[in-house]
Design a protein around this ligand. Sequence first.
Ligand code: SF4
Length: 329
Amino acid sequence: MSDLAQLRVWDDPAIRGALSWYFDVAENRRPAKFRIAATIATQLDPAASSEDALWAELDELTPIFLARWQAIRAGAPLLSAADGPSLLELCRELAYRMLTHCNFCPWDCRIDRVAGTKFGACKLAAGSRVSSHFHHTGEELFYRGTQGSGTIFFTSCNMRCAFCQNGDISTDKDNGVETNPRTLAAMAWTLRREGCHNINWVGGEVVIHLHSIVHAIALLGRNYAPTQGELAHARKTKADRFLSFDEMPGAAIYDGRFNSPMLWNSNFFMTLESMKILRILTDVWLPDFKFGPGRCAMTLAKTPWYWETVTRNIALLDEWGRNFPSAIW
Ligand code: SF4
């Protein structure tokens, strides 16, 4: 039995039941959802298709994905990854299309972040910066476990909370080091092989980096192995790089390939489109629910549409979870 499995928190049937999918993936008894997405082929050429066609394809493939996920939860084996483009690459392409008229979150700025000549509420162009990444021992017990949660902190945010506990990185878009999807994948790859129980995407806010994160996850689902240069680049922001961690490649493997639960640690101020992509890739959600329906979100965080957006997204998780008991939380 692993040291995560030995935690007494799992003796609580409510926690055990609610987090069963996360726990099974963390223990490599099941493949993460991104591994399942890689098995679902698309007949479209993502790069050559219109965005409307890509969304229609996502809508068509999502029930197939969910059925396959359900079968795997019931014990079916993981099929081979598709030779050509899969649901994984479809999600990546959609995130990059959104970036050109950014609607990752309800600010709906509609600016072309690839061109980078105008900026929205998050103040970002196409680049993503990481402030730090490390074995986080301060998360909830089932996430930090004994080896830590493999946490990657991104800079900037789409809210302006007066009480932000990460204000140094959420208000300073230039904090940290510019990274790219391959380096992000190297961070995740290293943390998981060092024994972290999950990869914890957090900020600032993460949805404003949706394209970079989805791209990194797509790499991890496709036989990614980092180069020495990528490992060296990633190491620049590894806050615990002066500590020694034993490499445990077996702790990051399902059926011979990289495996890890993906944890979406977010303010949940994001659009339905972002949620639809994340539904395919997220193994466990960690919504940071801050305000009720009054004016607090405007007064304290300068954020309109907060209540209706976040409650809509959490209700969606509830609906998705009801269809797949114990699968989401
Ligand atoms: S992530 Fe949100 S705030 Fe940033 S440009 Fe896109 S829609 Fe605007």
